[in-house]
Design a binder for this molecule. Structure first.
Ligand SMILES: Nc1ncnc2c1ncn2[C@@H]1O[C@H](COP(=O)(O)OP(=O)(O)OP(=O)(O)O)[C@@H](O)[C@H]1O
Length: 229
């Protein structure tokens, strides 16, 4: 469960980015976070990942009060999260396998478990045959599959995807959404920020709309077209 209670975020330069956010997301939900550029979507996600701190209010994630997590315990908290980025953030000098492997190494996973688990997730996202390639040898859609493999390799409870289809064409976006759906079907909460309303038409999910730092709509997706996935 994720719970925002009266959350405010004002950046150091005085920009008020989030205002009185009250929001509950149950474990296993798939939520789209939408809004125009600058609405506050990334800020909300950065509060979840503890890249940014709340200015006021409360935020609890998986039973933990975010503001109370000590700096030296943040890495432990982040193990619950898998993060997928718009620009993939892959290491170009490392292979596909190594890009995913590194996520297991940094959390100190037992080396014997690493190879089978990495190969398992690479199969899962349909990119195992490219495990020895470098990111520069892959298409955008393939890079994002690697990004998803890296996000899920440590079995997170929550996947956070910030504009993860932003650099992809519609076909690739559909494939990435399918993958996120499958991951969600296994009980993982998925929160996906997007400003692309076409994406919302692809599947019936909860949509939370932010405008100028405020939630202006929260629906179980009853106002969008019929699902096509
Ligand atoms: N580090 C920062 N310092 C100051 N202001 C910031 C910072 N990061 C974001 N903002 C401001 O906070 C507001 C919300 O930004 P945010 O990045 O959360 O929006 P967004 O909805 O994710 O936009 P986009 O779709 O363009 O990524 C904007 O007005 C932005 O200028």
């Amino acid at each position: 469960m994720i719970k925002f209670t009266n959350v405010e975020k004002t950046y150091a330069d005085g920009s008020k980015s989030l205002c009185n956010i009250n929001l509950g997301i149950k474990q296993g939900e798939f939520v789209f976070l939408v809004g125009h550029s600058g609405a506050g979507k990334s800020t909300l996600l950065k509060l979840l990942t503890r890249e940014e701190k709340l200015s006021d209010g409360r935020l609890s994630v998986l039973g933990e009060e975010i503001t109370k997590i000590k700096t030296n315990k943040i890495h432990k908290y982040r193990r619950n999260l898998g993060i997928v980025f718009q620009d993939f953030k892959l290491l170009n000098e490392k292979t596909v396998f190594e890009n995913v492997e590194i996520a297991m190494r940094v959390v100190g996973e037992n080396s014997k478990k690493i190879r089978p688990r990495v190969m398992e997730v690479l199969h899962r996202v349909g990119i195992a045959d490219k495990c020895n390639k470098y990111p520069t040898e892959l298409s955008g859609g393939e890079c994002q599959r690697v990004g998803i493999a890296r996000a899920i390799v440590n079995k997170p409870s929550i996947v956070i995807a910030d504009e993860c289809t932003g650099n992809l064409d519609l076909n690739n976006s559909v494939e990435i959404l399918k993958l996120l759906n499958e991951i969600n079907a296994e009980g993982v909460t998925v929160i996906m920020a997007t400003h692309d309303t076409e994406i919302l038409k692809l599947q019936p999910k909860r949509v939370i709309e932010i405008e100028q730092g405020k939630i202006i709509k929260d629906t179980k997706r009853d106002f969008y077209d019929e699902a096509v996935i």
